[in-house]
Design a binder for this molecule. Structure first.
Ligand code: ADE
Length: 228
């Protein structure tokens, strides 16, 4: 799978997308991630990429021309399954959205300024708009990194243990059950006996129960949603 990300501050994306599992996915050739510096498509000597909003108001708005040049150039080279704009005024990212995106071949992500982009960019190019939550970040870069991470880890072969991505919280509308590792006794804090029993059907049953209990306590809203 290939993911292209357009950003006015590409440095912000470098670190989150060059470590651990994402790094390994890239090294294995399972994910190709390219970051495009919007500034390189900027207007005039100063490589301008944003301007004040028509009608007044605070903040700067990303202009359509640099974005158009960048997107058109990329679209000329390949077909994109989705062109996604990261913005707080959109539907919130959920696991089913990441699941669906992980099956695509080419995805283009536009990270916006906090004030946003010219509406015509959204009207002309964007096929999907995604927010990572009901709060406002200074830019869409961290949101784009989060979306990319959530997609790439689902690509088959990226996570060593094939089943582990599928048993994550949210995959079945349930939060994860508690997990433990060595030591089995830390200063009197003991790991539940069942997990040491070797009785795997019973362990599965215990985990399901705990997952349900946790969801009921912390996110009862998830239990009302239809299963995916
Ligand atoms: N850009 C700024 N805030 C954002 C958010 N919550 N989600 C996606 N993109 C954003």
């Amino acid at each position: 799978m290939r993911i292209d990300i357009i950003s006015a501050t590409p440095e912000v994306l470098e670190s989150p997308l060059n470590h651990s599992i994402i790094k390994r996915a890239k090294e294995k050739g399972l994910a190709k991630i390219f970051i495009h510096d919007l500034r390189e498509y900027g207007m005039g000597n100063y490589r301008q990429i944003d301007d004040t909003p028509f009608g007044g108001g605070a903040g700067m708005v990303l202009m359509i021309e640099p974005i158009s040049k960048c997107i058109e150039g990329l679209k000329n080279q390949r077909l994109y399954d989705e062109i996604i704009y990261m913005t707080p005024d959109a539907k919130t990212l959920t696991q089913p959205i990441s699941n669906a995106l992980s099956l695509k071949k080419n995805i283009l992500i536009l990270a916006g300024h906090y004030k946003g982009v010219d509406q015509r960019v959204r009207d002309k190019y964007i096929t999907k708009e995604i927010s990572i939550g009901d709060y406002v970040l200074t830019g869409g870069e961290l949101a784009a990194a989060i979306l990319t991470d959530s997609i790439v880890r689902l690509i088959p072969g990226v996570i060593g243990d094939e089943t582990s991505a599928l048993t994550d919280s949210f995959q079945d509308n349930l939060l994860s059950p508690p997990i433990y590792t060595r030591p089995s006794d830390f200063k009197g804090m003991k790991v539940p006996n069942i997990l040491l029993s070797g009785n795997f059907p019973k362990i599965d049953e215990w985990r399901s129960e705990k997952a349900f209990e946790r969801t009921q306590q912390i996110r009862p809203d998830l239990l009302d949603e239809p299963s995916k």
